[in-house]
Write a protein that binds this ligand. Structure first.
Ligand code: DGL
Length: 265
């Protein structure tokens, strides 16, 4: 068996890499739905359909656990896949999202006022607040949509990010937040700019730093899932659309040359 990691595009390679660093020998398969990225501007039904096909692909490749590294997919499709699709088709396999583990980390750190930045979809879905209510209704979450960040990152426009971020982060800075969740796979690329703007007293919660540890905890609680996963350090990378620039971006995000293969989704 293998560990699957799925994102709407290539940003999730950062999470794949951080999982690889934490678990150097785990057998894993990455799938980026580059044909349909960005998910953030799609309908719920379309996102569900893309995710179901992605999950089917990774299960057909022998994954018994899939980390849905995409916030948008975690917000829109994860619950339905867990509640409807898994019991009917793959009752022994599991899907994990990124929203709940990120909130758990924020709460464990003791924050009482948490900031969140995310795509329009994530903020409008209110998923972070809804899930936080279940963990601890006393804790406040202050949300700010930052829709220009993904296009800036995707189109080599990060030199303009500082100005855009100054504007986006101003209201959050006034709310005396103790930590700030970077609620999108792309945002870790702007970590240092964001930290400079919010200052050293606000802890950034970046999913590439959080998910590997949470996955390890999950494995400890669920040996029936972790033990069948092979430990031969294999890694396969699939995308639903491939170009030279995707290959170059994949190498750069993963931090080493990797071979990405195209698959139909
Ligand atoms: N991967 C997505 C997320 O984390 C960002 C890009 C998209 O909208 O697909 O929300």
């Amino acid at each position: 068996m293998k560990l699957g990691i799925f994102d709407s595009g290539l940003g999730g390679l950062l999470i794949a890499k951080s999982i690889r660093n934490r678990m150097p020998d785990i057998d894993m398969i990455y799938l980026g739905d580059t044909l349909h990225v960005p998910y953030g501007s799609r309908s719920n039904e379309a996102i569900y359909d893309f995710c179901r096909r992605a999950v089917e692909f990774l299960f057909s490749k022998d994954c018994n656990l899939i980390v849905i590294a995409c916030n948008t997919a975690s917000a829109s499709a994860l619950r339905r896949l867990q509640q409807e699709y898994l019991p009917e088709h793959y009752s022994e396999r599991r899907l994990l999202g990124v929203v709940v583990p990120t909130l758990e980390e924020a709460v464990e750190q003791g924050a009482k006022n948490i900031g969140l930045i995310g795509t329009n979809y994530i903020i409008q879905s209110n998923i972070y607040e809804d899930e936080l209510q279940k963990i601890d209704p006393e804790i406040k979450i202050i949300q700010q949509a930052t829709p220009l960040l993904v296009p800036l990152i995707e189109h080599e426009g990060t030199k303009w990010a500082q100005e855009v971020l100054n504007d986006y982060l101003e209201p959050l800075k006034k709310q005396s937040i103790e930590s700030l969740i970077l609620g999108c796979t792309h945002y870790p690329f702007l970590k240092s700019t964001i930290q400079d703007i919010v200052g050293p007293d606000i802890t950034l919660l970046s999913q590439d730093e959080i998910i590997p540890g949470k996955l390890e905890e999950y494995f400890q609680r669920h040996p029936e899932i972790s033990e069948p996963i092979g430990r031969n350090a294999s890694a396969e990378f699939y995308v639903s659309d491939i170009t030279d620039s995707y290959q170059a971006a994949a190498n750069s995000i993963y931090g080493e040359a990797i071979s990405i293969q195209k698959t139909e989704l």
